[in-house]
Design a protein around this ligand. Structure first.
Ligand SMILES: [Zn+2]
Ligand SMILES: [Zn+2]
Length: 211
C-alpha cells in the first residue's frame, strides 16, 4: 500500500439460512477510494488484520450507495513498512538514509545538529517509492515540474527543488543563506507527487523550530 490513505469497505456476511438478526461476520476490502469497485478478486481482511496493520490510523467513517466503510490514513508515528531509516551523526552534520528493498532512495543531510523530530523521517519514508521504483535509474521528473514540486515558504524557511541529471534535490534554507537541510532523491519511483510529499514533510516538521 503506497498511498496516503485507502478506503476500507466493510461488507457484512450473512449465513445463507439466517434471514433475521445481525450479520455473522464481516469482510473488509481495501480499496484505493470510492471509485475502486473491482476489489472482489482481492483477498479480504478480517477486523483483526485491520486492527494490527502498522503505520496506519483508522480515520473517518464512509458511506455511499454501495455500503459503508472507513478511511485508513498514514501515520507519521511510525516509518513506512518496507523502508529502513539509518542515521549517522557527525559533529558538523547528520545524514539520514532511506532504503527500500536495500536500495537507497533518499538521503537527508542536516547541517549542524538535527532540529527535527523522528516524525520528519517517518513522513519522508511515507513519500518514498515502493520496491518497484527503488533502483539506480534517473528520477523521471522534469524541470518544468519544479513549481508544482516546491513547497511554500513557512516562517523564515524557504524551499528549493533542483532537478539534476540523475537525482532531485529539495533544500530548506533559513533566512536566505543558512542551509538547514538537503534531501536527495534517487530512483525511478519518484514522481512529482512523491517529491512534493517529501518536500511537504520537510515543511511540516522543520517548521517546528522557527515557530
Ligand atoms: Zn537530521
Ligand atoms: Zn514535527
Amino acid at each position: 500500500m503506497n498511498a496516503p490513505r485507502v478506503l476500507v469497505r466493510v461488507e457484512p456476511v450473512f449465513a445463507t439460512d439466517a434471514l433475521f438478526g445481525g450479520p455473522d461476520g464481516y469482510r473488509l476490502w481495501v480499496t484505493t477510494g470510492p471509485d475502486d469497485r473491482n476489489y472482489g478478486d482481492r483477498q479480504p481482511w478480517t477486523w483483526d488484520q485491520a486492527a494490527r496493520v502498522q503505520g496506519w490510523d483508522i480515520g473517518r467513517m464512509y458511506a455511499d450507495e454501495h455500503g459503508e466503510g472507513f478511511w485508513l490514513e498514514r501515520t507519521t508515528r511510525v516509518p513506512a513498512l518496507g523502508c529502513v531509516i539509518t542515521t549517522r551523526a557527525r559533529p558538523s552534520f547528520a545524514r539520514h538514509a532511506f532504503r527500500v528493498a536495500r536500495c537507497r532512495v533518499a538521503s537527508l543531510h542536516c547541517a549542524g545538529e538535527c532540529t527535527h523530530d523522528t516524525e520528519l523521517l517517518n513522513a519522508i519514508s511515507h513519500a518514498c517509492p515502493g520496491p518497484e521504483g527503488a533502483n539506480e535509474e534517473r528520477v523521471p521528473v522534469r524541470w518544468m515540474q519544479v513549481p508544482e514540486m516546491t513547497p511554500q515558504p513557512t516562517g523564515r524557511i524557504r524551499f528549493g527543488v533542483e532537478v539534476r541529471p540523475m537525482t532531485v534535490q529539495v533544500t530548506a534554507t533559513e533566512d536566505t543563506r543558512c542551509q538547514m537541510a538537503r534531501l536527495t532523491l534517487t530512483g525511478s519511483g519518484w514522481t512529482a507527487e512523491r517529491v512534493r510529499a517529501a518536500g511537504e514533510a520537510l515543511r511540516a516538521h522543520l517548521a517546528d523550530r522557527a515557530n
